[in-house]
Design a protein around this ligand. Structure first.
Ligand code: SF4
Length: 420
C-alpha cells in the first residue's frame, strides 16, 4: 500500500486502502440505526483513540496501532458515485447510514482530506434520507450538504459531560460541549438529532450524577432521544487497552471491572444478571425524563417506507416491552413472520429488472407499500395483515398508525398524534 505523501499529521501513519464498493443494501432495514443502506467509511482505525473502543478487538482485523495507523480509502467518493448512478440504488426509498462502523468518519484526518464532503455530495443526488453518526464537530463543515437530503438524522455519541473523564476516555474526540452543540445546531437546521450515550462505563459515566448531567445537557440541546448502552470488553486488545487506563487513572475501580467482566465472554458482555439490571436501570432513567430511549418512531417513520418502518417498530417494541418485564414471545413470532414475508417480497421485486425508475424514482418501494396498505384494508382472510402477523392487535396498531399519521411513543408505549 502507498503512503499518503502529504500526510497532515506527523504522529500517525496513513496508508491507502482501496474501496471496492461504496454503498451496500440490505433485505430488511437495520433496526438499531433505522437504515436500509450502509455506506462504507473512508477510514480504518480512528484517531479519536477512545479507551473503550471495540475497534481494537482482534475480531475487526485492524492492522497496526488502532488509533495511530490510519488507512484511508482515497477512492471512496468515486465508488460511491458509481453506486449512485447504478440502477439498483435508485429503486428503493430508505435511509443510508454512514458512520456505523468501528471508526469515526469525521476524525481529525477528515478535516484535511475532505473525503466525506465528496461522498455526501454524491449521496445527496439519490433523493434518499441520511443517518450519520459521529463524535466530532467536524461534521458542522458539511451541514450545507446535509441540507440537500430530504431527511437527515444526525446522531452524536456523548458518554459523559465531565471534561476530565472525557479527556481520559475519549482523548482525540471533540469536547462533549462541542458535540452537544452539533445536536443543537442540527435541530436548528431542521434535522433530527439525538445522543448515543454508549458505552457508559461502570463507576464512571453510568453513576447517577454523571448520567443525570448528560441527560440534562442532551435535553437542553433539544435531542430527540438519548440511547444509552453499557460497555462491552472483548478479551484481548480491547480489554487490555481499557484496563490499562483504569489502572492508571481509576485504580479504585479495578475490582469492579474484574468482577463485572470476569467471564471474559467473546461478546465482551458483563456477567448476565448485572448487564440486564444495568440496561433496565438506564432505560428507566431516560424515560423518566420523557425522552425516547432509542431512535423514536416519530423520527424514523420518515426515513423508511411504511412496511420497513413497521418492521423496525416491531423490533423496537420487543426491546421496550422486554425491559418492562413483559413476555415478548408473541411479538417476536409476529416480527419473524412479517420479516420473512417482507424480505421475500423485496428480493422477488429486486430480481424483476422490468421494474425501472420512471417518473417514480422508487418503484419497488411503491409496490411494497401498496401491498402493505392493501393487507391492512382486509380485516380477515389469508391476505390480511392480521393473518400474516398472526396477531389482530398488531394489525390494528399498524392500521391506526397509517391512517392517523400517528406515531408510537416510546416512553409511554402509547399511540400519539402530532397534535397531542
Ligand atoms: S470515535 Fe468511535 S471508532 Fe473512534 S476511537 Fe472512539 S469509539 Fe472507536
Amino acid at each position: 500500500m502507498d503512503a499518503i505523501p502529504d500526510s497532515p499529521c506527523a504522529t500517525t501513519s496513513h496508508t491507502v486502502l482501496e474501496a471496492k464498493t461504496g454503498i451496500s443494501r440490505a433485505r430488511l432495514p437495520e433496526p438499531f440505526l433505522v437504515s436500509l443502506y450502509r455506506g462504507l467509511a473512508p477510514y480504518r482505525g480512528c484517531e479519536h483513540a477512545c479507551a473503550y473502543c471495540d475497534g481494537r478487538a482482534e475480531k475487526y482485523f485492524v492492522e497496526g496501532q488502532f488509533d495511530r495507523d490510519i488507512s484511508v480509502r482515497m477512492n471512496l467518493a468515486e465508488r460511491v458515485a458509481a453506486d449512485v448512478s447504478s440502477h439498483a440504488l435508485a429503486r428503493e426509498y430508505g435511509s443510508i447510514c454512514i458512520g456505523s462502523g468501528v471508526t469515526d468518519v469525521y476524525q481529525p484526518l477528515e478535516r484535511e482530506l475532505g473525503i466525506m464532503r465528496k461522498v455526501l455530495g454524491h449521496l445527496s443526488e439519490t433523493g434518499l434520507p441520511l443517518v450519520i453518526l459521529t463524535k466530532s464537530d467536524v461534521i458542522l463543515r458539511d451541514f450545507d450538504i446535509l441540507s440537500r437530503f430530504p431527511r437527515v438524522l444526525v446522531i452524536v455519541t456523548v458518554t459523559t459531560v465531565n471534561d476530565e473523564d472525557a479527556r481520559l476516555l475519549e482523548p482525540g474526540a471533540s469536547s462533549a460541549a462541542a458535540r452537544l452543540a452539533v445536536v443543537r445546531l442540527a435541530k436548528e437546521r431542521g434535522f433530527s438529532s439525538g445522543v448515543m450515550a454508549m458505552p457508559l462505563c461502570p463507576g464512571i459515566s453510568d453513576v447517577d450524577e454523571s448520567f443525570s448531567a448528560l441527560l440534562d445537557a442532551a435535553s437542553a440541546a433539544g435531542a430527540d432521544f438519548v440511547y444509552p448502552g453499557g460497555l462491552t470488553l472483548r478479551p484481548g486488545s480491547q480489554k487490555d487497552a481499557f484496563l490499562s487506563v483504569i489502572d492508571a487513572r481509576y485504580p479504585a475501580l479495578r475490582p469492579l471491572y474484574d468482577r463485572l467482566y470476569r467471564e471474559n465472554r467473546q461478546s465482551g458482555m458483563p456477567v448476565a444478571d448485572v448487564g440486564r439490571t444495568f440496561v433496565k436501570n438506564l432505560d428507566r432513567r431516560v424515560r423518566e425524563r420523557g425522552l425516547p430511549q432509542m431512535i423514536p418512531h416519530r423520527v424514523y417513520r420518515d426515513l423508511l417506507c411504511p412496511p420497513d418502518a413497521f418492521f423496525v417498530l416491531l423490533c423496537h417494541m420487543q426491546s421496550l416491552y422486554s425491559l418492562r418485564g413483559i413476555d415478548t414471545r408473541p411479538l417476536k413470532a409476529a416480527t419473524d413472520r412479517f420479516a420473512d414475508s417482507l424480505a421475500a417480497e423485496r428480493t422477488a421485486l429486486r430480481r424483476k429488472r422490468t421494474i425501472v425508475a420512471d417518473s417514480d424514482p422508487f418503484p419497488i418501494t411503491r409496490i411494497l407499500t401498496e401491498r402493505f396498505v392493501q393487507r391492512m384494508a382486509v380485516s380477515s382472510g389469508a391476505d390480511s395483515l392480521a393473518a400474516l402477523l398472526g396477531n389482530d392487535r398488531l394489525a390494528m396498531l399498524a392500521a391506526n398508525l397509517q391512517e392517523k399519521g400517528a406515531y408510537f411513543d416510546y416512553p409511554s408505549l402509547q399511540v400519539m398524534t402530532e397534535s397531542l
